[in-house]
Design a protein around this ligand. Structure first.
Ligand SMILES: Nc1ncnc2c1ncn2[C@@H]1O[C@H](COP(=O)(O)OP(=O)(O)OP(=O)(O)O)[C@@H](O)[C@H]1O
Ligand SMILES: [Mg+2]
Length: 269
C-alpha cells in the first residue's frame, strides 16, 4: 500500500473502524416508515490510508461521514478512531464539504484562525497559521476576503482551516465537486500533497471515478439505499498516477460497469 512518500514526517493519521453500522431516519410524510440510510456497514481503514467512498446518490455516504464526525449517532453498530469509540465531535476528525463555508466577513487568515478560536487554542497556536497558509499556497492572500478568491482558493482555505487542528482523520464530502475540471485536477494534486506531507487518514466521498482512482489507496463502492458495502477495490497504481495510462482506463471501465450493475440491481428489486 502506498500511504506516503518516504518523508520523515510523524504519522498524524489514526485508523478508523466501522463495525456493523446501521442508520435510519424518519421518512418524511410517513410517520410509520423509516428510511434506512446505512445497513450493517463494516469497514476498517488503516492509519494514513486514503479511501474513497463511491455510490449512487442517497446511498448514505454523507451519513457515514457525519457519523464518523460524531455529528449523529448510529441506530446500531459502533465507530472507532484507533481503539476509541466515537461518541461525539472532536477536532481530531476534520470535515470539509463541497461548499467551503467560509465566513465572508473574515480575511483568509482569520478564516483559518477560526478553527483554532473554536477550540480556544488561538493564543497557543497562532504561529501555525502562517505555516498552514504556506502549505496551501495562500500566503500572499492572507488579508484577502472570500469574495476575492476563486472557488479553488476558497476550498484551499477550508482545507487549511480543517488541517490547522492537526486532525488524525480528514473527512472530505465531495470537497472538489463544485470546481471546474481543470481546477479540480490541480486541487486533487494539492490534497494528495497535503496527505503525503501530514500522513492524515482521509475518507473522501466523490462521484468522480477518475478522482477516486487518481487519489485513493482503496475505493469502497456502496449499493443504492439502503447503503451497504458492495465491494472494495485496492488501487495499486504507482504514484504519481497517469490519468491516461492503459491500467487507469481499464480500472475506470471496470468500476463504471460495477456501478451500472449496482444501479440495475436496484431497479429490478
Ligand atoms: N437528517 C435526515 N433526516 C431524514 N432523512 C435523512 C437525513 N439525512 C439523510 N437522510 C436520508 O438518508 C439517505 C442517505 O442520505 P445521504 O445524504 O447520506 O446520501 P448520500 O450518499 O450522501 O447522497 P448524495 O450522493 O446525493 O450526497 C437519503 O435517503 C436521505 O434522504
Ligand atoms: Mg452526500
Amino acid at each position: 500500500m502506498v500511504t506516503s512518500s518516504a518523508q520523515t514526517v510523524a504519522t498524524e493519521g489514526a485508523s478508523l473502524r466501522f463495525a456493523g453500522v446501521s442508520k435510519d431516519f424518519p421518512t418524511p410524510d410517513n410517520v410509520e416508515a423509516r428510511t434506512v440510510a446505512l445497513d450493517n456497514v463494516s469497514l476498517s481503514i488503516a492509519a494514513g490510508e486514503l479511501v474513497s467512498l463511491v455510490g449512487p446518490s442517497g446511498c448514505g455516504k454523507s451519513t457515514l461521514l457525519r457519523l464518523t464526525a460524531g455529528l449523529d449517532t448510529p441506530n446500531s453498530g459502533e465507530l472507532y478512531i484507533g481503539t476509541e469509540m466515537i461518541t461525539g465531535p472532536s477536532a481530531e476528525r476534520g470535515l470539509v464539504f463541497q461548499d467551503p463555508n467560509l465566513f465572508p466577513w473574515l480575511t483568509v487568515r482569520h478564516n483559518i484562525e477560526s478553527g483554532l478560536v473554536a477550540r480556544g487554542k488561538l493564543h497557543e497556536k497562532r504561529h501555525e497559521v502562517a505555516e498552514f497558509m504556506r502549505l496551501v499556497g495562500l500566503e500572499t492572500f492572507a488579508n484577502a476576503y472570500p469574495h476575492h478568491l476563486s472557488g479553488g482558493m476558497a476550498q484551499r482555505v477550508a482545507l487549511a482551516r480543517a488541517l490547522i487542528n492537526h486532525p488524525k482523520v480528514l473527512l472530505l464530502d465531495e470537497p472538489l465537486g463544485a470546481l471546474d475540471a481543470f481546477t479540480r485536477m490541480r486541487m486533487q494534486d494539492e490534497v494528495l500533497r497535503l496527505w503525503q506531507a501530514r500522513n492524515t487518514t482521509m475518507l473522501l466521498v466523490t462521484h468522480d471515478i477518475d478522482e477516486a482512482i487518481y487519489m485513493s489507496d482503496r475505493i469502497v463502492i456502496m449499493t443504492p439505499r439502503p447503503g451497504r458495502i458492495e465491494r472494495t477495490i485496492p488501487i495499486t497504481l504507482e504514484r504519481p498516477r497517469q490519468r491516461n495510462s492503459p491500467e487507469f482506463l481499464r480500472l475506470r471501465g471496470e468500476i463504471l460497469e460495477m456501478l451500472h450493475f449496482a444501479g440495475a440491481e436496484k431497479a429490478t428489486a
